[in-house]
Design a protein around this ligand. Structure first.
Ligand SMILES: [Zn+2]
Length: 236
């Protein structure tokens, strides 16, 4: 009988130890769960790119602060360009895909079609369609603000003629003299001598507003919508 009692007690003792180990494991798992919650909070990040006075590296596009009164920030390069001096893609006003071989005035869908008084951020905005909702085509007001508050200097950057635009805060962007793509022949003209950059603002139903520049001046202008011009986006 005594031997059986000792065996029984030993068995109970082992069972108690096993239970204690299981309980300990449950407590450790609980602590692990708490620490992973803290880790999740610490890696939450914003998708807004940092603003700067000039490109800090080759990872374009950057959002450049020119010290403008409205707070508008301009991109450092054109849509479709991988560097500030590249001309990038050419668009017809209101289209979100670049012009291609064979595109003529006859294939342009928005000739004398009202698609709104400001296409910025709409489905007709090439900047938003290609770079995401954070970017937009500039409005007439934003182009006028750039001209009124920045200095303009004709220059050459990495072999491309264009304009160095400098804000009162020292921020600077380069706009290549990209020329244009003719809507009837499809040929390119004035590359290296003039710049034509679409705005989001139309003029009637046949023209779109642009920032125009050449070697000695820059100003607001209007052109037929079926021309192929580049786009320099602004941040929303
Ligand atoms: Zn850049």
């Amino acid at each position: 009988m005594k031997l059986r009692l000792v065996i029984l007690l030993s068995y109970l003792s082992l069972a108690t130890m096993a239970f204690a180990q299981t309980s300990g494991g449950q407590i450790r798992r609980h602590r692990k769960k708490q620490s992973s919650t803290v880790r999740y909070r610490s890696v939450t990040q914003s998708n807004v790119p940092p603003k700067m006075l000039s490109c800090p590296n080759d990872n374009h596009p950057h959002m450049i602060d020119l010290g403008l009164p409205s707070g508008t920030k301009w991109a450092c390069c054109n849509l479709g360009a991988s560097t500030p001096e590249q001309r990038g893609d050419y668009y017809r006003w209101g289209e979100t895909k670049p012009v291609k071989e064979g595109d003529t005035d006859a294939t342009y869908p928005y000739k004398n079609v009202d698609i709104g008084n400001n296409i910025a951020g709409t489905k007709y905005d090439a900047a938003t369609a290609n770079w995401g909702a954070f970017w937009r085509m500039p409005t007439e007001d934003q182009i006028m603000e750039l001209v009124d508050n920045c200095t303009y200097k004709w220059t050459m950057q990495n072999g491309q003629e264009g304009v160095e635009v400098t804000g009162r805060n020292g921020g600077t962007i380069f706009l290549p003299a990209s020329g244009y793509r003719n809507y009837s022949s499809g040929s390119f003209s004035n590359i290296g001598s003039s710049g034509y950059y679409w705005s989001s603002s139309p003029c009637g139903t046949d023209q779109g507003g642009i920032l125009y520049f050449h070697s000695s001046s820059w100003y607001w202008n209007y052109y037929t919508r079926a021309f192929g011009f580049p786009v320099r986006p602004v941040a929303k």
